[in-house]
Ligand binder design. Structure first.
Ligand SMILES: Cc1ncc(COP(=O)(O)O)c(C=O)c1O
Length: 472
């Protein structure tokens, strides 16, 4: 693991050195496939040992391609970084909830963080041990609370007093004691996108940290609730370690204060949100987060739970699309390809940045994808959806492309398929999981029939079949 980190750093250094430019570009990446599974070899893009062009040919586009090695590597990197305190790593199902991905992570010993009955159902289907599952979310319904209690989950991350009351009521009806962690809002700025910051006062998540004692007393006085610990999630992605250090310090303070009042508080859950290398090497490795968090956890003598999602699934996945048309209008070059905002909504929703490059490029992949790249032209990469917000990148320097060319959108494994929709009645693409030379189809491409499968003809027959007019 440490060797690999050293290699990442050496690689990053090499990338920024001017001499790198003269190196043959298809042999640029001296990284192991687990660190960077999507690599250019012999003039084209591979995932692990499989040619992306072959996958697109066999499964069509848009196509989601995932690397098993990368998923496992990122999970293990976090597990190892925090190993000293034997953490429970609860992969955040919301980032990518494909059953095969859950099964793969489960087989490696990973646990799960869920935010709905549907996610819990998926985790059950994946064969996970639900006694290690945590359940967050501001609006858990009675049915979801009951389902989670039936599954004996590790704890509810409780986000309001009203939720405490609801859990107690349901637990009482089942003659049970429900394990809860107080989700506290630590009022820490994770310095991330406004739509994904969750740990600042005024966000809808959690309860004010100053109320911890009052809330703990409420739990203590309720025979159907048991206080397991506290939970904080700061937002995502957070590319610096300082917010975690501040949160861990506050968690220690709260646990110490609660214990001094006689509360048994044995878990600290610091949520997810670890950064991801969307651009290059902007995200700290897991070991750096561990370095600032672990001292506080050890001092608190608490069990540690974490809920990483994006940092495990993000760079394990890519979205492959095919160019339909190109056009020049209004002084701009547009590449219209068959992946759209219904497939990957992040650029439209969060102005997020994804690296894009052709599968068989005529220009070497750059070190800086935001730069002006020789041999390339500023291009808007858009999809077929009838919205101006339907784009994957704007003004991005890309090599010349034409109809039929394949394009890769990198770092698309997290919040890609999980946030996808059928907007504009577009069937969602297939998903494949690569393991070395092996390829498994893990979600079939949707058909037009799938689009309408749940819909019923419930229109009055007089409207559906208008009576013949006099003229007829
Ligand atoms: C409570 C909670 N835990 C974990 C996560 C996962 O975050 P990430 O995928 O950035 O690790 C989220 C994301 O929104 C969250 O709300």
């Amino acid at each position: 693991m440490l060797n690999e980190l050293a290699r990442v750093r050496a690689f990053a250094k090499m990338q920024s050195s001017p001499t790198t430019h003269s190196v043959s570009f298809f042999h640029l990446l001296p990284l192991s496939p687990v660190m960077e599974p999507f690599r250019y070899r012999d003039g084209e893009l591979y995932c692990e040992e499989v040619r992306i062009a072959d996958l697109a040919h066999e499964y069509g586009t848009p196509l989601w391609v995932y690397s098993s090695a990368k998923l496992l590597h990122e999970y293990r990197a976090i597990q190892e970084a925090f190993a000293e305190v034997d953490p429970v790593i609860c992969y955040s199902v919301k980032s990518n909830s494909n059953l095969s991905i859950l099964k793969l992570l489960n087989s490696a010993g990973c646990s799960f963080d869920v935010v709905s009955g549907g996610e819990l159902y998926r985790v059950q289907k994946a064969g996970a041990d639900t006694t290690r599952v945590v359940f967050a979310g501001v609006g858990k319904t009675d049915a979801e609370l009951r389902q989670a209690l039936e599954q004996n989950i590790l704890m509810f991350n409780v986000e309001s007093e009203a939720e405490l009351d609801a859990i107690s009521r349901i637990a009482a009806s089942m003659n049970r004691v429900a394990p809860v962690a107080l989700r506290l809002n630590p009022d820490i700025d994770g310095k991330t996108h406004a739509k994904t910051t969750t740990g600042k006062k005024g966000n809808k998540f959690g309860m004010d940290i100053e109320r911890h004692n009052q809330l703990a007393n409420k739990v203590l006085n309720d025979p159907h609730l048991e206080l397991r610990g506290i939970h904080m999630h700061l937002g995502s992605p957070i590319n610096t370690t300082e917010p975690y250090e501040a949160a861990a310090r506050k968690a220690l303070d709260v646990v110490s204060a609660l214990r001094s009042q006689g509360h048994q508080t044995n878990w600290i859950n610091l949520g997810g949100g670890f950064g991801l290398n969307y651009r290059g090497t902007e995200a700290p490795p897991a070991a750096e987060y561990a370095q600032v968090i672990l001292p506080f956890i050890k001092q608190a003598e608490c069990r540690l739970a974490l809920e990483p999602g994006r940092s495990i699934s993000g760079n394990a996945g890519a979205l492959i699309s095919e160019v339909i048309f190109t056009k020049r209008e209004g002084g701009k070059l547009f590449v219209i390809q068959d992946a759209a905002m219904n497939d990957l909504v992040r650029p439209a929703m969060y102005d997020s940045f994804h690296r894009l490059w052709p599968v068989k490029p005529t220009v070497k992949p750059p070190q800086d994808y935001e730069a002006e790249i020789p041999g390339c032209e500023a291009t808007d990469v858009v999809g077929p959806i009838c919205e101006s917000g339907d784009y994957l990148a704007k003004g991005r320097y890309l090599p010349p492309m034409q109809r039929g060319d394949l394009l890769c959108t990198f770092s698309a494994g997290a919040y890609g398929t999980a946030m996808s929709s059928n907007y504009n009645s577009r069937p969602r693409g297939a998903e494949v999981l690569v393991d070395g030379t092996q390829v498994r189809l893990i979600r079939k491409r949707e058909t037009y029939a799938d689009l309408v499968a749940g819909e019923l003809f419930a229109v009055a027959s007089s409207v559906a079949d208008p009576a013949p007019t006099d003229e007829a």
